[in-house]
Design a protein. Structure first.
Length: 261
């Protein structure tokens, strides 16, 4: 993120990075968001739901108290039954935690309900950060509305999960919402999904039974975590100028700085 006013981050040295590209100087906002990757976020939510049903995890309960202040997440209940998890397809049982969507035969998964759970337990927007400009989970972040509407690039699991549903590489946050909502409400039962997957001999890393769960998180993180407006354009990419992107963001920035200085 490159705030139009560099002073927005100059008091937060740990969140800023200075570089030169094509002779121009930039000070950009940076944060690793470790623990908020796709798999870690799903695990975090499952653990929180399990803990809420057993009362065994005081840290999770305390985090929930913070997240349920006067601006509590709309539509999110304090507890979700372990057999009525709205992010899973009908009939699915998570082997590690026992959390499932099996009550009364299971129900159609809901992006809205799944997103609300993520907002309550994982993407906690209302947690204080010691500044009047906070991102989520108590981390400082410059106000998105003060940043010029410039292209935003989304890689890795954004590309993997969204690419099957888009024709162009440029979409909006609204499109992510629409895709996630449609996938969840049209999702087949877990038995049908597994039979379909077996027929296709799909050996990829993407699991069809996790699709609603994962797409709901992508939207939640974009909209309620980072705070992007629905009209924000996203470039869903795997390569830049023919080079495949990777996690080594810091090394990439240093490389760019050296190449174009």
């Amino acid at each position: 993120m490159h705030p139009s006013d560099p002073k927005a981050i100059e008091a937060y040295a740990e969140f800023s990075y200075a570089l030169k590209v094509n002779g121009r100087s930039f000070v950009v906002y940076q944060h690793s968001y470790e623990g908020n990757g796709l798999h870690a976020a799903k695990e975090q939510l499952l653990q929180a739901v399990a803990a809420n049903n057993t009362g065994a995890n005081s840290k999770v309960q305390e985090a929930n108290k913070i997240a349920t202040g006067t601006d509590a997440t709309p539509g999110a209940s304090a507890d979700v039954a372990v057999d009525a998890f709205p992010c899973f397809p009908k009939g699915y049982v998570h082997a590690e935690t026992g959390i499932s969507n099996t009550r009364d035969g299971g129900k159609v998964p809901s992006m809205e309900e799944c997103s609300a759970l993520f907002r309550r337990h994982v993407v906690r927007k209302h947690q204080p950060c010691g500044s009047n400009s906070c991102g989520f989970n108590g981390v400082f972040q410059p106000d998105i509305s003060a940043v010029p509407m410039v292209p935003v690039y989304a890689f890795s699991f954004y590309y993997d999960r969204l690419k099957p549903y888009i024709k162009d590489e440029v979409i909006r946050v609204q499109d992510v919402l629409d895709i996630a909502s449609q996938v969840c409400r049209s999702m087949k039962s877990v038995r049908e999904l597994l039979e379909q997957n077996d027929t296709k001999k799909n050996k990829g890393s993407l699991k069809p039974e996790m699709e609603c769960f994962e797409l709901s998180y992508l939207f939640t993180l974009l909209r309620y975590g980072f705070g992007f407006p629905l009209e924000q354009k996203l470039h869903i990419a795997k390569k830049i100028n023919g080079f495949e992107t990777a996690w080594a963001l810091g090394a990439s920035l240093v490389s760019l700085e050296g190449q174009y200085a």
